[in-house]
Design a protein around this ligand. Structure first.
Ligand code: T5A
Length: 211
């Protein structure tokens, strides 16, 4: 059996990293072999790209470079990690994937959707089987992220940018309800974890795939 690609998406401070740990534990307890990764990053090359593209000192980075760097890291991750894992029947849980490029570089930076679609076709190649969108008001997410420490280059953007990111995410979820599950990430952490784990279990049941 081929594995499944499950992605977590959301704005800044949505709680993806925190929820991801709970999902990994839950899937493992169901006997599912899980590989966890993140974007940008997840490979030696991708982590180097991450350090470059998120460096707050790199104020000169243009929107086109940013888009291409996100897909450069993704192309490597897909070929080096994700496809081999899926082919081996393992599941991949990724903290962000291509939807982030539609939301941040498309919605946030105004890059044309057709340009992102084109890159998705030949560089990302695969689409997630299931995407959990952790959605919350921008101000709440930025307050959480801000409490965590120094901002990276993208976190330095203004509220309008993050409102466009959120709108793009929500529009994608509304356009593809078969793949997306929207989780209210403004709730208490335990409730968000519970909602995410329940969404995965419900999806497994829909697929007839709960071990
Ligand atoms: N990016 C990425 C693009 O622009 N294009 C792309 O194609 C891709 C892939 C890095 C950046 O790159 C951009 C998007 C990002 O700007 P990232 O690694 O996901 O992406 O971003 P990080 O900065 O690492 O993480 P986030 O800011 O997105 O935070 P998380 O992972 O969503 O949130 P988490 O779990 O670290 O929680 C943040 C804080 O909030 C608390 C946590 O304890 C933590 O302190 N918290 C809660 N507190 C109260 N109630 C809750 N429900 C809470 N949930 C979390």
């Amino acid at each position: 059996m081929k594995g499944k690609l499950v992605t977590l998406e959301g704005g800044e401070g949505a709680g993806k990293s925190t929820v991801l740990d709970a999902l990994r534990t839950q899937l493992s307890s169901r006997g599912i072999d899980v590989v966890v990764t993140r974007e940008p990053g997840g490979t030696v090359f991708g982590e180097a790209v991450r350090a470059l593209v998120l460096d707050a000192a790199r104020t000169e980075v243009c929107a086109e470079s940013e888009l291409l760097l996100m897909f450069a890291a993704r192309a490597q991750l897909v070929r080096e990690t994700i496809i081999p894992a899926l082919d081996a029947g393992r599941w991949v849980l990724s903290d962000r994937f291509t939807d982030a490029s539609y939301a941040y570089q498309g919605g946030g930076r105004g890059q044309p959707v057709a340009r992102v679609e084109d890159l998705e076709r030949w560089a990302a190649v695969i689409k997630p089987d299931l995407t959990l969108l952790l959605d919350l008001p921008v101000a709440q997410g930025l307050a959480r992220a801000g409490a965590r420490g120094a901002a990276d280059r993208i976190e330095l953007e203004n509220d309008d940018f993050f409102e466009r990111v959120r709108a793009a995410y929500r529009a994608r979820a509304a356009a593809d309800p078969a793949r997306f599950r929207v989780i209210d990430a403004s709730a208490a952490l335990d409730d968000v974890r519970h909602a995410a784990c329940s969404a995965i279990d419900a999806w497994l049941d829909e697929q007839g795939a709960r071990p």
